[in-house]
Write a protein that binds this ligand. Structure first.
Ligand SMILES: C[S@@+](CC[C@H](N)C(=O)[O-])C[C@H]1O[C@@H](n2cnc3c(N)ncnc32)[C@H](O)[C@@H]1O
Length: 179
């Protein structure tokens, strides 16, 4: 079910993120929170990258991503389990970092730590591309909440992580991103 909603509402934004990044040969790329690996598959297929690594906190999501990657015959070691709050990389190891649709799942108190980690693993001047869900027009939000109340599985099982925060303070993630 998550794959369905993701294709419906997130795929276009993910394509824009990829195009905006304008990846160049020789770059070192990190994706934090690969989920099922849809976007990561596009990344690893990009020609000429020096390094391309993906992490996710969830073992089941990583298994999905590994299966997806296996179908392309691409090296599965590029994926590892890690929490965005404590990335297992050294200083300035990457030129660009992608983080798609994860920050809206964080607790408010974790934002600072996560963005600090992003800065730590990126070289100075490195690019970070962060996508997050935003508030929809009122009717769509109401329909979504109704579906969510009927069955969390129907809405992919993970959103809204905290319904009240999403509805009353929907810009928390974006304001921190802009710094
Ligand atoms: C909504 S999914 C998005 C997955 C993928 N980026 C996409 O666009 O399809 C959110 C993902 O974030 C991961 N995640 C949530 N909190 C995380 C954290 N602190 N560190 C690493 N991954 C995290 C979850 O395990 C899940 O795979």
């Amino acid at each position: 079910m998550y794959g369905f909603w993701s294709a419906m509402f997130e795929a276009r934004a993910a394509r824009r993120a990829y195009e905006t990044a304008g990846l160049a040969g020789g770059e070192r790329v990190l994706e934090v929170a690969v989920g099922g690996g849809e976007f990561f598959r596009t990344l690893v297929k990009t020609a000429g990258l020096k390094r391309c690594v993906g992490v996710d906190r969830s073992a089941p999501m990583l298994s999905r991503a590994r299966r997806r990657l296996a179908s392309t015959g691409i090296e599965r070691r590029n994926l590892c389990r890690a929490n965005a709050l404590s990335l297992p990389f050294g200083n300035a190891e990457f030129d660009i970092l992608f983080n798609l649709f994860m920050i809206d799942l964080l607790m408010d108190g974790d934002f600072h730590g996560v963005f600090k980690e992003f800065a730590h693993v990126l070289q100075p001047g490195g690019r970070r591309i962060v996508l997050s869900v935003a508030r929809q027009p009122r009717v769509l939000s109401a329909i979504w909440m109704w579906l969510y109340r009927c069955s969390q599985l129907m809405t992919g099982g993970c959103r809204p992580a905290c319904p009240w925060r999403q509805f009353w303070r929907p810009t928390v993630g974006r304001s921190i991103c802009a710094k």
